[in-house]
Design a binder for this molecule. Structure first.
Ligand code: FAD
Length: 285
């Protein structure tokens, strides 16, 4: 069985919560390795992240991974949040720096009693308890990194501070993942890097995500999604087919698992999962 995991986010409304729990029950049936719950940088979703992760830990057979971002928090607050995670039965944390507000490449001021980089939070988490620690990796380089050399140097330092594995930013070209993996390996680091799979089913949505994350969408995929702009069923087919082909290629290349973004909707993630587990029955091209 291919190690498969899913990302969800804490919804803001009771209706959104209903949709999320329907999705959680559907992915639970697939026995994934874990389900990760995002965290609003600065603490905007703090209680909801803890609440969802706690319920996953206590009410389902799933292993929750709670994201935690350093930005906007003092070290004392971060310690408190980690204590809340531990009390809620959460043993796995995805440790992130978070994005500073404003210009994605502009200057910013860290919290005076806080951290500037994810590596410092990894060190804190490692010193506190026996959490399993994940970190972020960037197949197209972090947007704030001046060059690959620096990007890889700091990524490896973050891993060596105590990370157990990494999950990538979304990407749409397998070669970007392979290049990152080879660079990290050449720097002497063998941390497992789990590729994040984003089903690109809607051109408007995916263009916005790509702009925010800096991910490049191949022209051919843009054209096919453009053609399906007003046809959600065709958009779903195109996105699932592209993600399935990427996932199969990544697994052939030895990727240690697949982490699928759900946006709290199960359909595309479940189709990709089914295609991967039973490649010959897949209907996508
Ligand atoms: P870092 O590892 O600190 O790196 C940030 C930048 O600083 C990089 O350019 C790095 O090279 C540079 N750097 C590191 N150390 C040094 C140093 N000592 N000196 C100079 N430069 C240095 N955001 C959220 O708000 N909530 C989420 O739930 C969330 N989930 C995510 C999940 C995944 C899988 C990924 C890939 C990203 C997620 N993000 C989330 C986004 C993430 O917070 C941002 O991408 C953020 O900009 C980078 O976080 P990081 O942990 O990689 O930071």
């Amino acid at each position: 069985m291919t190690p498969f995991s899913f990302e969800i986010f804490p919804p803001r409304t009771p209706a959104g919560e209903g949709i999320l729990w329907h999705t959680i029950r559907r992915v639970e049936a697939l026995n994934p390795s874990f389900v990760s719950v995002t965290y609003g940088a600065g603490g905007s979703s703090r209680d909801r992240t803890v609440d969802i992760a706690r319920r996953i830990a206590s009410e389902t057979a799933l292993r929750p991974v709670a994201h935690l971002t350093a930005i906007g928090h003092s070290v004392a607050e971060l310690r408190h949040i980690l204590g809340t995670y531990a009390d809620a039965g959460i043993r796995d944390v995805l440790v992130l720096r978070g994005d500073p507000p404003g210009d994605p490449r502009g200057s910013w001021t860290p919290h005076p009693q806080g951290f500037t980089y994810a590596r410092e939070l990894v060190e804190l988490v490692r010193s506190l308890s026996d959490f399993t620690i994940g970190v972020a990796a960037f197949p197209e380089m972090h947007p704030r990194s001046p060059d690959w050399e620096q990007d890889i140097r700091y990524f490896v330092a973050k891993c060596r501070a105590g990370a157990d594995y990494a999950i990538t930013q979304m990407f749409f070209r397998v070669e970007d993942y392979l290049r990152l993996r080879d660079r990290v390996s050449a720097a002497g680091c063998d941390i497992p890097i789990i590729p994040e799979i984003m089903p690109a089913t809607d051109i408007r949505q995916i263009a916005r995500f790509a702009e925010l994350s800096g991910a490049t969408i191949p022209l051919d995929l843009v054209r096919r999604l453009e053609a399906a702009r007003d046809d959600p069923a065709e958009g779903h087919r195109v996105g699932v087919a592209h993600a399935t082909a990427m996932a199969e290629h990544l697994l052939r290349e030895g990727a240690p698992g697949l982490h699928c973004i759900t946006l709290n909707r199960a359909a595309a993630a479940l189709d990709i999962h089914r295609n991967i587990q039973t490649p010959r029955s897949r209907s996508a091209d």
